[in-house]
Design a protein around this ligand. Structure first.
Ligand SMILES: [Zn+2]
Length: 414
């Protein structure tokens, strides 16, 4: 089927090009170096025989694999991002290939004593006997999401070389700047023209996700009054104490460190305080839309209550929605998840359907009119030196893409 060495070579050719994105930049792509891989990808798509290959002024790449059947089939899309996280350097990636992994510690870097160990990363044991690609301990790997790109390009190449596999029209989209939350921002959904799509941007083999958080950010400003501390009686108002009241009035167990699964939270991630002014920054997360709205209301009510207690406006709150649970947009077209699940089952992969405790580009795209669940790309320990990917998982993801294309054409026939 899919040639292993070919997949390894393609993946290595992508990860050895530095494409780290930069949240402080306001250009698109956020870093010039992302063009290095973007241009290469556009050329490669043409070389394997894709049609209508375009790369726009923001480095968004799109391409088409035309239908090879006579009947009408919905257009499906596959999407990945080519930037890597600014959390850890992606320059000079020196991949190491561990064949026939024996289930023991992998020394990433003997000099600096950096070890990838199943004692700490138990997932490794899922891949005994497989071929792992790791870092040399000094950079991230970039499997997030160059594994996804490898899989999509390889699947398209495979379908082109195997015209006996029937499929409808397929669109491919590669984006910059996903890691800084802007991958979907300038994605032209209309130009993409797919009925639905999948991001190939999950982790462990089998992952299939169509639920994510509803998300908002809140900035709470507390106003105090500074007076000489020696003569402050009845005059000084210390904003930090009022801010503490606010913090302590929110449920202490509804925080990231006390929640999992479908439990939502308030997360206080920054305090800047002086007597005159204290600023609290929160994120609010909940899968359930009603609970999400209720969380925002709780914060507003608390603000009002404290203002009432002080008989003037000591606190203001500014809440901004960030993204929403794609479930709302995917559930009405649930067959798009069913097809992916069916594809995995037919390939002997156990689907792991779970709710994302975060957001994806797919959630934004779903609200832009392109329902877009997320499928595993195979990598683990993203955004750091312990990142690795089993080659067998990349091969399986490639097969999943081909199988989804095949099932979509098949279902459109009946
Ligand atoms: Zn990613």
């Amino acid at each position: 089927m899919i040639d292993k060495q070919h997949i390894i070579n393609r993946f290595v050719s992508y990860i050895t090009i530095d494409t780290e994105s930069d949240p402080k930049s306001d250009t698109t792509p956020s870093t010039k170096k992302q063009w290095d891989l973007a241009n290469k990808l556009a050329e490669e798509l043409k070389a394997i025989g894709m049609q209508d290959v375009t790369i726009d002024e923001n480095a968004y790449i799109m391409a088409t694999l035309p239908s090879n059947v006579d009947h009408e089939v919905p257009t499906i899309g596959f999407i990945s991002h080519f930037d890597t996280s600014p959390d850890f350097t992606g320059a000079n990636v020196k991949p190491q290939i561990v064949e026939n992994y024996n289930g023991k510690d992998i020394v990433l870097n003997a000099e600096e004593d950096i070890v990838l160990s199943p004692d700490y990363f138990e997932d490794l044991l899922l891949y005994k006997g497989q071929t792992l690609i790791t870092t040399d301990g000094t950079t991230l790997l970039g499997a997030d999401d160059k594994a996804g790109i490898t899989e999509i390009v390889s699947a398209m190449e495979y379908l082109i070389n195997h015209p006996e596999i029937q499929h409808g029209p397929i669109r491919v989209g590669f984006t910059p700047d996903e890691e800084i939350g802007r991958g979907a921002h300038k994605f032209d959904v209309e130009k993409f023209g797919a009925d639905w799509a999948y991001t190939m941007d999950g982790s462990q083999i089998g992952e299939l996700e169509y639920e994510n958080f509803n998300a908002a950010g809140a900035v709470v400003k507390v106003k105090g009054k500074i007076v000489h501390p020696g003569y402050a009686k009845g005059k000084m108002v210390n904003s930090m104490y009022i801010a503490t009241e606010f913090i302590n009035s929110l449920p202490r167990l509804e925080t990231p460190e006390h929640t999992e699964g479908y439990e939502g939270f308030f997360h206080l991630y920054s305090i800047q305080g002086e007597v005159e002014e204290t600023i609290l920054e929160y994120i609010i997360r909940d899968h359930d839309k009603q609970h999400f709205e209720a969380r925002k209301e709780v914060m507003v009510k608390l603000t009002n209550d404290i203002n009432e207690q002080y008989e003037r406006e000591v606190i203001t709150i500014d809440i901004k929605d960030q993204y929403f649970n794609m479930k709302e947009k995917v559930e009405p077209v649930m067959h798009i998840v069913d097809i992916a699940e069916e594809a995995m089952k037919q390939l002997g992969i156990k689907p792991l359907i779970k709710a994302i405790r975060g957001g994806t580009d797919g959630s934004q795209l779903s609200y832009m009119g392109l329902p877009c669940p997320n499928i595993f790309a195979g990598g683990h320990n993203f955004h750091g030196r312990y990142e690795y990917v089993p080659v067998e998982s990349m091969i399986k993801a490639t097969e999943v893409i081909c199988k989804i294309a095949e099932l979509t054409a098949l279902k459109a026939k009946s």
